[in-house]
Write a protein that binds this ligand. Structure first.
Ligand code: HEM
Length: 502
């Protein structure tokens, strides 16, 4: 497999400004083929109509700003639950005992997404499904992070010499089983309780086409696939193509697309229409309409929980290692949040240092350090090099965030570097791309932006944090563990002490 690696801010600028479309496909590795994951996934879908429909459903119907605003109380409740769990856990362990911070953040984010998708909490720290899912996710990370001989010598695929495909099948199967069970329960609950709350599942179930080429509603077979989680693939027939197109255009007709603020309206330009682009780079566009499979919802859970919990874990680790920043961020919170009040999303604009801490953490520790690997759609001349079609493209966001030509003291944790600048991670500043950039920028960015600040602000305001007795800034583990995402090699065990501020 030919591979091109983008390591500098200059090369990233060239790629995203001038060649984004040419590199808009994804590389599929052997482990990603487990359970046909690659075939139902939005993140791995080839650049084309299937990707466009799913992306639009997620960004227009699930993560649009209006919907995010409507769900503020859900996030509040999930964060309150998390603070409560942490308090209970710290009481159990006794004075000085650390808690596994990222596990609680993971469970909280999982519930938050569960509420957006399925109107219900899914996990709590005592639930077996919670720990099974967490363990399965750790496995997925591990297996996907190993270099796999089968990716370099495709004829070795069948032998699975390292057993990676088998392990991936096992852990992905477990995670999918848990996610599918939740969806089934939600559909059944709704039947008996007449619950009128509307969630993302309803958006899909209530879909009605209104154009002349569109079906009135999704065919029974489509709904079966969606509701009953059958694993059969939908063939590419006329109904499905029309159905997918109508899904995309429905939001347009309702005018909801206009509610996306400009900074989040990512898929601009002539390629983001319902028609296929005329650009020769799109020759390879695949029209694969077997959508609404369980992998899609799985993916939202995976994409959201793991990245968020890893970022919060690193933010706390860095703050514990850099006491001056910890003092400054806590002082800012104490000043802005009135006595006995909770941190609210509406406080964020008055918390510039907290925002800077989140940015600095994502600069040094982007949870998806190589972004999701891209693939060249066509032969491309890039910065004087000939890049053949199908070359794998790794954009090293980790190295770019530490590029000495773009950053002063790049390896130091200095949140103040962001104070007074407009540099942020929404894909315009290409020296800072923890969420990627261009057409395939993270679809969950607006939600992640809200959630990261709310969680970190709440954890810092509610508790004073310390290392466990035998750990100090010099001895704390600072290694990364590489997988689909990267997280701290050794989990942070930190001691929460209820703060006087609450
Ligand atoms: C700290 C939080 C997060 C980080 C750092 C992050 C980062 C990323 C990155 C780097 C990519 C690949 C971008 C590229 O290839 O240019 C990505 C893709 C994606 N992310 Fe996120 N993500 C986060 C949270 C979320 C959340 C909360 C969701 C959903 C609720 C989400 C859904 C997705 C999806 C669906 C894609 C695939 C987009 C596509 O291929 O078109 N992410 N994310």
């Amino acid at each position: 497999m030919n591979t091109m690696v983008v390591l500098s801010a200059t090369a990233a600028t060239e790629l995203f400004k001038n060649h984004d479309l040419s590199f808009a496909n994804r590389t599929i590795t052997e482990t990603m083929r487990a359970h046909g994951y690659d075939q139902g996934s939005l993140a791995l879908a080839p650049y084309g109509s299937y990707w466009r429909v799913l992306r639009r459903l997620v960004t227009v119907d699930m993560i649009v700003t209006k919907r995010i605003n409507e769900t503020t109380s859900i996030r509040r409740k999930c964060v309150d639950d998390m603070l409560q769990w942490i308090e209970e856990e710290s009481c159990k362990g006794g004075r000085g005992a650390g808690i596994h911070v990222s596990r609680f953040v993971f469970l909280m984010t999982f519930n938050l997404l569960g509420n957006l998708l399925l109107s219900r909490d899914l996990l709590d720290p005592e639930s077996k499904a919670g720990s099974d899912f967490f363990d399965a996710m750790m496995g997925l990370m591990e297996w996907s992070g190993h270099a796999n001989l089968a990716d370099f010598f495709p004829w070795l695929r069948r032998l699975d010499l390292q057993g990676l495909r088998k392990k991936m099948e096992r852990d992905l199967g477990k995670a999918m089983e848990i996610a599918s069970k939740f969806v089934k329960e939600r559909v059944e609950d709704k039947k008996v309780t007449n619950d009128s709350r509307k969630d993302f599942l309803d958006v899909l179930l209530e879909f009605r086409g209104i154009g002349k080429d569109e079906p009135d509603k999704l065919s029974e077979r489509d709904l079966n696939i969606f509701i009953l989680m059958k694993e059969d693939r939908v063939s590419e027939d006329e109904d499905n193509v029309a159905g997918a197109k109508s899904l995309g255009s429905q939001a347009k007709k309702e005018g909801r697309e206009n509610s996306i603020p400009a900074e989040f309206e990512i898929d601009k330009g002539d390629n983001d229409t319902d028609e296929e682009s005329n650009d020769p780079a799109c020759d390879e566009i695949v029209s694969d309409m077997d959508y609404f499979r369980s992998e899609e919802r799985m993916e939202i859970f995976m994409a959201g929980s793991e990245t968020t919990s890893s970022t919060i874990e690193w933010a706390l680790t860095e703050l514990l290692c850099n006491p001056e920043s910890m003092i400054r961020v806590k002082a800012e919170l104490a000043r802005v949040i009135r006595a006995n009040k909770k941190v609210e999303e509406s406080d964020m604009e008055n918390l510039p240092f907290l925002q800077a801490v989140v940015k600095e953490t994502l600069r040094l520790h982007p949870p998806i350090p190589f972004l999701v690997p891209r693939r060249a759609i066509q032969d491309t001349d890039f910065m004087g090099y000939h890049i053949p079609k199908n070359t794998q493209v790794l954009v090293n966001a980790w190295a770019i965030g530490r590029d000495p030509d773009a950053w002063d003291d790049p390896s130091c944790f200095m949140p103040e570097r962001f104070i007074g600048t407009k540099v942020d991670y929404r894909g315009q500043n290409l020296e800072f791309i923890p969420f990627g950039a261009g057409r395939r920028i993270c679809a969950g960015l607006p939600l992640a932006h809200r959630v990261l600040h709310l969680i970190l602000g709440s954890l810092l305001h509610h508790f004073d944090w310390e290392f466990e007795a035998n750990v100090n800034p010099a001895s704390v583990d600072r290694k990364d563990r590489l997988g689909i995402t990267v997280r701290k090699s050794e989990p942070l065990m930190a001691v929460p002490v209820k703060s006087n501020a609450v």
